[in-house]
Design a protein around this ligand. Structure first.
Ligand SMILES: [Fe+2]
Length: 169
């Protein structure tokens, strides 16, 4: 028997990776006064949340959610809530990215640190809670309702998205 990975298995695995990055981000933003020591890690994290992370969102928004919406209307259920939270996270991420640029290249790195901390802590809190809801509510619904051919459609879209890469929209 060949092992068959469901779309939600892949997304759950990506969530584990995102949660690890959030732990790292939490550590780094509490040490912004040690710029030399954290610079490389902060740059790596900024890059992750500006690229790979959007590939993950694209997989949900452009592959999984459309199949779910065939039986859960967007406005009446968790898909609509997840999309609203994605938008909020995109906006917060834009602020964080701008503040990180400022932190490295601007004249007021103290001010930039404060902005990174504010938005960073909110991003971490909202995203952990968001992942928890996706894992425990939305993906459970997907596991119950998607049939084999829908799962195959989602997996095929995942491949296409992987090949074109994600970007912050
Ligand atoms: Fe997700």
């Amino acid at each position: 028997m060949t092992s068959h990975k469901k779309p939600t298995d892949i997304l759950r695995q990506e969530h584990e990776n995102v949660l690890q990055k959030l732990d790292a981000l939490e550590g780094v933003i509490s040490r912004l006064h040690e710029k030399d020591a954290i610079a490389a890690q902060l740059k790596d994290l900024a890059s992750f949340f500006n690229t790979d992370f959007w590939t993950h969102f694209a997989k949900e928004e452009e592959a999984l959610f459309p199949e779910l919406e065939k039986f859960i209307p967007r406005d009446a259920g968790p898909v609509g809530v997840m999309l609203m939270e994605h938008d909020e996270l995109r906006k917060t991420n834009t602020e964080i990215q701008r503040a990180i640029d400022e932190y490295f290249t601007g004249s007021d790195s103290l001010q930039a640190s404060a902005v990174i901390q504010n938005h960073g802590n909110s991003f971490i809190m909202v995203l952990r809670d968001h992942i928890n809801k996706e894992n425990n509510i939305l993906f459970m619904m997907a596991d119950m309702h998607l049939d084999g051919s829908q799962e195959a459609t989602v997996l095929k879209r995942f491949d296409e998205i992987e090949n074109t890469g994600g970007k912050a929209k």
